[in-house]
Design a protein around this ligand. Structure first.
Ligand code: SF4
Length: 776
C-alpha cells in the first residue's frame, strides 16, 4: 500500500514509512525510461487504441492542449509525438477508462476515502455523475444536474452578502470557462476570485508589472534558439516543464551557455536524452548546463547581486564598454541607486548568504558579459519566498544591465506551472482586475461590476475560517492540497455551508467538505465537447502569450459529463435568474459567442474567432517584448533590494518544497522520483550529509519535520532522512505532504504568495519529540 499523506485531521502517516531511497539517480533526463513510462502508462490506463488516439492529438495544431504545464508548442512544424513523459502521464490520468461512479461512492464512505493516499485516489478513475453530500451524510449520493444548480442557487442567494462566496479557479480552466466564471462572480456581486496563480507566480506578475509594465514572459519560443546564454533560476524543467529541455538542448548545441541556479543539481539540467532522437538514446545524452551555481535556499538576491557586482567591476575596468549604457540612459531609470547599493554590499555577505563561491560568481558574470543575447527563466524557486517579488526584480536588474529585454534571443521568462493559468488571468480571473477591465465588462453586459477588491487564496482561507465566506466553488484543481497550512485550510473548508467542486477526478480536496458538498463532473481536455451548434473547441494561453485552440477527440467517459463553460453557465442562470443581463444558454450553444465578448472586453483579442482558427493561434501583444515599457515613466525600472536576513537559530534548517518526477502539481502519478534516486515512497527529506553528521542523523532515519513561525509549531510526521547534494543549512521535501508546515500567514511581501520555498524547520525524533541536534 502507498504511504499516506498527512494534511487532514485524522490522516496520520504510517508508523514506519518504507525506506524510500532504493536506487541510483538517473544521470540523464528522459531517454528510454521515459519512452517506456509513456507507453506503459498509456496502455495501462487508456488501452492501446484510445491511448494512441489521445497521445497523437496532444499539442497538435488541430488537437488539444496538454492539460499539464504551460510550456509553449513550437511555432512552426510539429512532430508526430509532441509531448513529454509527464504530458503523457497527465493525458493517461485524464483519459483513463476506470470510473469512480455512483456505485464507487456507495461503497466508500467519505471518511474511509480520506484515509487513502493521493495516488490511490487518482487511480480510481473519472468522475461520472454529479454527487451530493447531504448535511451530516457519510457518503456522496447522486443528484440530478438541475437539482445541483438549484441547491447552489439557493445557498448563494441565502447569503447576507455576495462577498460571502468565493470562486476559485485552477489553471486548467479554458479562457471560455474562466471568462464566464469571472462574469458570473461579478454579476453575483463579488470579486472573490482566488486562483492558483496566487500560489505560484503572483510574485512574478507584481515584480514584472512594476518594473517592465507587463507581468508576463517577454520571449517567444524561437528566442531560445538565438540566445547566447540562458540562466535557469529556481526551476527544474526536467520535471516541471519537460519539453523545455528540447529548447535547451537545441540552444546548447548552438553553443549557448546554460547556467543552472538551484539548491539541488537537477538531472534535467545536467544531461538530456531526447526521445525524439533514437540515436541519442544510446549515448550519454546532451550536456545542458555548463555551469551549476548551488545557491542556498533563498540565496538568490545575494547571488544576483554578486554577479552584477562582478559585471559592474568589469565594466568599470573596461572604461564602460561592457554594460548597455545607452539603453540604460534612454530606456531605464534607477540605475544609479542600484549601483550605489551594489557598491555598498560586501563580498563576505554575498558569498556567505548565497552559498556560492566568488570564483563561480565570477564565471557566471563572465557568461553574462559575453552574451549578446541572454534569457533568464525562473519558476517557483524564485517566487515562493517572503522576498519573492524582490527575487523577481533582482532578475530584472540583472537583465537590464546589458539591455537583455526586447531583443531577439533575449528576455525574461517566468515559466507557468499549469496549462492555462496565464490565460485565466488575462480574461479576468483576479481578485483585483483593473478598472479598465471592469469598465469594459460592465459596458459589454450592461451592469455595474463590483469595485471592491476580492479575496485571493490566502485571504479566502482566512475568511472561510472566520465564517466570513460560507460558499466555496472550485472550478477544477485541488484547493486543499495546493494551499498552504493544510490543517488550517481543511478547518476553513469544513466551516462552509456549501462547497462545490467541478472536477474530472477525485482528489483529497473533495473529501474535506462544507456542511453540504457537491462534486460536479466535467469534460476533460481530451474529450469531445458537443453543444447545440455542434462540436466546440476552447482556447488557452501558454507561458509565452500564444493563444490557441484546444479540441478534444475522445468520446466522453460518461454521458452525464458537462463542459466547464456549461456548468458555470448552468449555475449562473439559476443563481442569478432574471437579475442577469447575460443569455447564458446562448453562449453555451456556440462558444464563438463567448469569444466575441472576450474580444470586446480584453485588449489584444482582435478578430479572436478568426485568428484562433489559424493553425497554432496567435501571440497576444506584449510591449516589453518589442522593447517598449508601459510603466508610468515609460522606462524599465532598476530597483534596490536588501539581501534577506538569514535568521536561522542553531538546529534550524530552511526547507524548500518540491515535486517528484511522478507528480504534476498536487496530482500524484506514482511513488518514484528516478531523477533523485527515490523509489517507492515520498516521505523523504533531502539533507546535506555534513548537516546530518552534525545533527547525528543517519541515512534512512525517521524524523519529524517541525516548522517554526511567530512562536507557532507545525509538524509533518515521519520522514526518512536522505543525504543529498544540497547546501548546508538547507533541506528539501515533497509537497503536498509538507504543505502542512507552511503557515497561512507566511506570505511574500506585496504579492501575498505563500512562502512554500523557505520554511524554517527543525528535525525531531518521532519517538521522543526531542531535537535531533545542531545544523550548520
Ligand atoms: S512540456 Fe508541459 S505542456 Fe508540454 S507535453 Fe510536457 S507537460 Fe505537457
Amino acid at each position: 500500500m502507498a504511504d499516506r499523506s498527512t494534511g487532514v485531521p485524522g490522516d496520520e502517516p504510517p508508523p514506519e514509512p518504507r525506506p524510500a531511497q532504493a536506487g541510483e539517480r538517473e544521470r540523464a533526463a528522459a531517454g528510454l525510461t521515459s519512452i517506456w513510462e509513456t507507453v506503459h502508462r498509456g496502455a495501462r490506463d487508456m488501452g492501446i487504441k484510445r491511448g494512441l488516439r489521445a497521445l497523437l492529438a496532444v499539442n497538435q495544431k488541430d488537437g488539444y492542449d496538454c492539460p499539464s504545464c504551460a510550456w509553449p508548442d513550437p511555432d512552426g512544424e510539429r512532430k508526430t509525438a509532441e509531448f513529454c513523459e509527464n504530458g503523457a502521464k497527465a493525458v493517461a490520468s485524464e483519459a483513463m477508462t476506470t470510473r469512480a461512479d455512483p456505485d464507487f461512492f456507495a461503497r466508500h464512505a467519505i471518511a474511509d476515502l480520506l484515509r487513502e493516499s493521493d495516488l490511490w485516489m487518482d487511480r480510481q478513475g473519472r468522475l461520472t455523475h454529479p454527487m451530493l453530500r447531504h448535511r451530516g451524510a457519510t457518503h456522496y449520493q447522486p443528484i440530478a444536474w438541475e437539482d445541483a444548480f438549484a441547491l447552489i442557487g439557493r445557498e448563494l442567494n441565502g447569503l447576507a452578502s455576495a462577498d460571502e462566496a468565493a470562486f476559485y479557479t485552477s489553471g486548467r480552466a479554458s479562457n471560455e470557462a474562466a471568462f464566464l466564471y469571472g462574469l458570473f462572480a461579478r454579476q453575483f456581486g463579488t470579486n472573490n476570485l482566488p486562483d492558483c496563480s496566487n500560489m505560484c507566480h503572483e510574485s512574478s506578475g507584481l515584480g514584472l508589472n512594476e518594473t517592465i509594465g507587463i507581468g508576463k514572459a517577454t520571449v517567444k519560443i524561437e528566442d531560445f534558439s538565438y540566445a547566447d546564454s540562458i540562466f535557469v533560476i529556481g526551476q527544474n524543467p526536467g520535471t516541471c516543464h519537460p519539453r523545455m529541455l528540447t529548447e535547451l538542448q537545441k540552444a546548447a548545441r548552438n553553443g549557448c551557455k546554460i547556467v543552472s541556479v538551484n539548491p539541488l543539481p537537477e538531472t534535467g539540467m545536467i544531461r538530456f536524452k531526447n526521445p525524439q532522437e533514437p540515436l541519442s538514446l544510446l549515448g550519454p545524452g546532451t550536456e545542458i548546463a555548463c555551469l551549476f551555481l548551488p545557491v542556498r535556499v533563498n540565496g538568490d538576491v545575494a547571488l544576483l547581486k554578486g554577479i552584477m557586482k562582478e559585471m559592474l567591476a568589469a565594466d568599470r575596468a573596461s572604461g564602460g564598454g561592457l554594460l548597455a549604457h545607452d539603453f540604460i540612459a534612454h530606456q531605464t531609470e534607477g540605475f544609479e541607486a542600484m549601483v550605489a547599493d551594489l557598491d555598498a554590499e560586501s563580498w563576505d555577505r554575498i558569498v556567505a548568504d548565497s552559498g556560492v563561491s566568488r570564483e563561480l560568481i565570477r564565471q557566471a558574470a563572465g557568461i553574462a558579459l559575453g552574451s549578446e543575447r541572454m534569457i533568464c527563466t525562473w519558476a517557483m524557486g524564485i517566487t515562493q519566498h517572503r522576498n519573492g517579488v524582490a527575487n523577481v526584480q533582482s532578475i530584472v536588474n540583472f537583465a537590464l544591465m546589458r539591455g537583455q529585454i526586447g531583443r531577439r534571443g533575449a528576455g525574461l521568462c517566468p515559466v507557468r506551472g499549469h496549462s492555462n493559468v496565464q490565460g485565466d488571468r488575462t480574461v479576468g480571473i483576479w481578485e483585483k482586475m483593473s478598472d479598465a477591465f471592469l469598465d469594459a465588462l460592465g459596458k459589454e453586459f450592461a451592469f455595474q461590476p463590483p469595485r471592491r477588491h476580492g479575496h485571493d487564496t490566502v485571504r479566502t482561507i482566512q475568511a472561510m475560517r472566520q465564517g466570513q465566506v460560507k460558499v466555496f466553488v472550485g472550478l477544477g484543481g485541488n484547493f486543499l492540497s495546493a494551499s498552504p497550512d493544510t490543517h488550517v485550510t481543511s478547518e476553513a473548508m469544513a466551516r462552509c455551508r456549501l462547497t462545490v467542486q467541478i472536477a474530472t477526478k477525485l482528489n483529497r480536496g473533495h473529501l474535506i467538505t462544507g456542511e453540504q458538498a457537491l462534486l460536479l463532473p466535467c469534460l476533460g481536455r481530451t474529450e469531445i465537447d458537443r453543444q447545440a451548434s455542434g462540436e466546440q473547441f476552447v482556447t488557452v494561453e501558454d507561458t509565452t502569450g500564444v493563444v490557441h485552440a484546444s479540441r478534444g477527440s475522445l468520446e466522453p467517459v460518461s454521458d452525464q459529463l458537462r463542459s466547464e463553460p456549461a456548468i458555470v453557465a448552468g449555475i449562473a442562470a439559476v443563481a442569478l435568474g432574471k437579475r442577469s443581463t447575460v443569455a447564458w444558454q446562448a453562449l453555451i450553444d456556440d462558444y464563438d459567442r463567448i469569444r466575441e465578448h472576450i474580444e470586446h472586453v480584453v485588449p489584444g483579442f482582435v478578430q479572436y474567432n478568426r485568428r484562433v482558427r489559424e493553425p497554432g493561434g496567435f501571440y497576444l501583444p506584449n510591449p516589453a517584448r518589442e522593447g517598449a515599457f508601459t510603466t508610468p515613466s515609460k522606462r524599465a525600472r532598476f530597483t534596490v533590494h536588501p539581501i534577506p536576513e538569514r535568521s536561522l537559530k542553531p538546529g534550524q534548517l530552511l526547507l524548500t518544497t518540491l515535486r517528484s518526477h511522478d507528480q504534476f502539481n498536487t496530482t500524484i502519478y506514482g511513488e518514484d522520483d528516478r531523477y533523485r534516486g527515490i523509489y517507492g515512497g515520498r516521505r523523504v527529506i533531502f539533507l546535506n550529509a555534513q548537516d546530518m553528521e552534525a545533527m547525528g542523523i543517519a541515512q534512512d532515519q525517521p524524523v519529524d519535520l517541525v516548522s517554526h513561525f511567530q512562536g507557532e509549531r507545525r509538524r509533518a510526521a515521519r520522514f526518512r532522512a536522505v543525504p543529498y547534494a544540497i547546501p548546508r543549512g538547507c533541506a528539501a521535501a515533497y509537497y503536498p505532504e509538507t504543505n502542512v508546515l507552511v503557515p497561512v500567514t507566511a506570505v511574500a511581501a506585496g504579492s501575498n504568495q505563500p512562502v512554500s520555498k523557505s520554511i524554517v524547520i527543525t528535525l525531531e525524533t518521532p519517538e521522543t519529540g526531542g531535537d535531533t541536534g545542531r545544523a550548520a
